[in-house]
Write a protein that binds this ligand. Structure first.
Ligand code: GRF
Length: 195
């Protein structure tokens, strides 16, 4: 089995990144994590990845004259790691069309809602404000429209009486950590492909 080489893009804590690293420790997992790139040098996930012996890089968009130039250097960095698949894991930047097209079919994201519900930010607050009974998370292919690509896996959680955005987020995060490694397994092993 040739393992697919995966680069992860983060902006912060990196708990989803950690679950992908953990899954890839298993020799029969079809992917290995070869690099982690952050747009924030202070992202705690960078230190976690470095401690695992994984290559890391941080690139501040503000240092580049345009978003396209920033994203070109992101692609160069990912290609210097020989990446086959890109996983967005709490990467808090909207990506431009050129970058998205370059990685089309090879880039996936975890989003904390049952897409197509609640695209964008503050998903837990919005689900609570709507009185939703069910909430959850989605792993999907990344396409130019924000949070619009085809879903690979979803998981539902109940919204419980007394839930706050934090308690609901914590319940959803448990499911994120379950489905993200599973979705990457499906893509890396060729069991699914972008439509
Ligand atoms: C997760 O809730 C993910 O769904 C969202 O941002 C959060 C990132 O958390 N896109 P972490 O950095 O993976 O801990």
């Amino acid at each position: 089995m040739t393992r697919k080489r995966v680069g992860i893009l983060i902006s912060g804590r990196g708990s989803n990144m950690s679950t992908l690293i953990e899954a890839a420790r298993s020799p029969d997992y079809p992917a290995e994590i070869v690099g982690v790139l952050s747009n924030r040098a202070a992202a705690p996930g960078l230190a976690t990845a470095a401690a695992e012996g994984i290559a890391t890089a941080s690139l501040a968009q503000s240092k580049f004259p345009t978003r396209d130039m920033f994203e070109d250097v992101m692609t160069q960095t990912l290609e210097s790691w020989d990446v086959d698949i890109v996983c967005l894991a709490g990467f808090m930047r909207i990506l431009g069309d050129d970058f998205v097209h370059h990685w089309a079919g090879r880039m996936i994201n975890i989003h904390p809602s049952l897409l197509p519900l609640y695209k964008g930010l503050h998903t837990h607050e919005r689900a609570l404000a709507d009185g939703a009974r069910v909430h959850g998370c989605t792993v999907h292919f990344v396409t130019p429209g924000l949070d619009e690509g085809a879903a690979i896996l979803q998981a539902e959680v109940p919204v419980l009486p007394g839930d706050t955005a934090d308690s609901l987020a914590a319940r959803v995060l448990i499911e994120e950590h379950r489905i993200y490694p599973e979705a990457l397994r499906l893509l890396a092993s060729g069991k699914i492909a972008a439509p």
